[in-house]
Design a protein around this ligand. Structure first.
Ligand code: PGA
Length: 253
C-alpha cells in the first residue's frame, strides 16, 4: 500500500495564538488516528516552532508555507531553509499560486528554492496549476509541463530525496469548484509522464507523490480516493473536525 499524505495549508488565516489553539485541537482530534495517511500542517513562520512543540510525540509533522531562494545573508525579511530545518520543519510549500501571483515568485526562484530545500533535507511541495483562462483555452497540459520542467531544471535526485508535486488548479482554490475524477486522473498521468522524462521512472515511482489541492472538503474528499497520492487542503484545514474527517476518509484504493 502506498503511503498517502494530507497537508494542511493554513495560509495567513491565523495569528500566533489561534495557530496554537488549532494545533491543540488537531492533536486531541488525531489521538489514536487510524487512517492510512501521513498528516502535515503548515502554519505561518512565527507559529512553526510552537506548533511543532504542540504536535511533538504525535505522527503529525509540520511544514512551512514558503522559504527564501537565497541560503543566507542580507535578505531582510526572508526565512532560510536551514532555519526552517532547525525549528523542526520537515516540508516546505514552494510556488503556491498565491506566491506566484502576489509575491512575484517565478520559476527561476522556485527552482532555487527547491534546490536549497533538498540540500537542507526538507521535502519540497512544488505547487503547479493553470488558471481559468488557460483551462478554457485547453492549455493545462502545456502550463503544467512548463512549470515542472522549469521548477526541476538541473535538479539531480538520489534515492533518499523525496518530492511532492501538488496539482492545484487556480480556478479551484478557495472557490468551491473542484475537479472531476476523470480530469484529475488524466492530469495525474500527464504530470507523471513529464516527471518520468525529467528524472526516471523508478525515481518517480518511489520518491515522488503527486497530490491534489483546491476546495477539498469532507463532502468531496471521496471523489479523490484512488486517483492521487494525497491532498493539499486550505480552508477546510482550519477546522480540526473537518480536517480529521478529510484525513480519515481519503484512501488509496
Ligand atoms: P482551498 O486552498 O482548499 O481553500 O481551496 C487550497 C490551497 O490553496 O492550498
Amino acid at each position: 500500500m502506498k503511503n498517502n499524505i494530507i497537508i494542511a495549508n493554513w495560509k495567513m488565516n491565523l495569528g500566533f495564538k489561534d495557530s496554537i489553539e488549532l494545533a491543540k485541537k488537531i492533536r486531541s482530534k488525531f489521538l489514536g488516528f487510524e487512517g492510512e495517511n501521513k498528516v502535515v500542517v503548515c502554519p505561518d513562520f512565527t507559529s512553526l516552532k510552537n506548533v511543532e512543540n504542540e504536535l511533538n510525540g504525535t505522527n503529525i509533522e509540520v511544514g512551512a508555507q514558503s522559504v527564501s531562494y537565497m541560503p543566507n545573508g542580507a535578505f531582510t525579511g526572508d526565512v532560510s531553509s536551514i532555519s526552517l530545518s532547525e525549528v523542526g520543519c520537515k516540508y516546505v510549500i514552494i510556488g503556491h499560486s498565491e506566491r506566484r501571483m502576489f509575491f512575484n515568485e517565478n520559476d527561476k526562484k522556485i527552482n532555487k528554492k527547491i534546490k536549497l530545500v533538498i540540500k537542507d533535507n526538507l521535502i519540497p511541495i512544488l505547487c503547479v496549476g493553470e488558471n481559468e483562462k488557460e483551462k478554457r483555452e485547453g492549455k493545462t497540459k502545456e502550463i503544467l509541463e512548463n512549470q515542472l520542467r522549469k521548477g526541476f531544471n538541473d535538479i539531480v535526485i538520489n534515492d533518499d530525496v523525496n518530492i511532492i508535486v501538488a496539482y492545484e488548479p487556480i480556478w479551484a482554490i478557495g472557490t468551491g469548484n473542484f475537479i472531476s475524477k476523470d480530469d484529475v486522473i488524466n492530469i495525474y498521468k500527464n504530470i507523471q509522464n513529464v516527471l518520468f522524462d525529467i528524472f526516471n521512472q523508478s525515481i518517480v515511482e518511489n520518491n515522488f507523490k503527486i497530490i491534489y489541492g483546491g476546495s477539498i472538503t469532507s463532502k468531496n474528499v471521496e471523489n479523490f480516493n484512488g486517483c492521487v497520492d494525497g491532498l493539499l487542503v486550505g480552508g477546510a484545514s482550519l477546522n480540526a473536525e473537518e480536517f480529521y474527517k478529510i484525513a480519515l476518509n481519503f484512501k488509496y484504493v
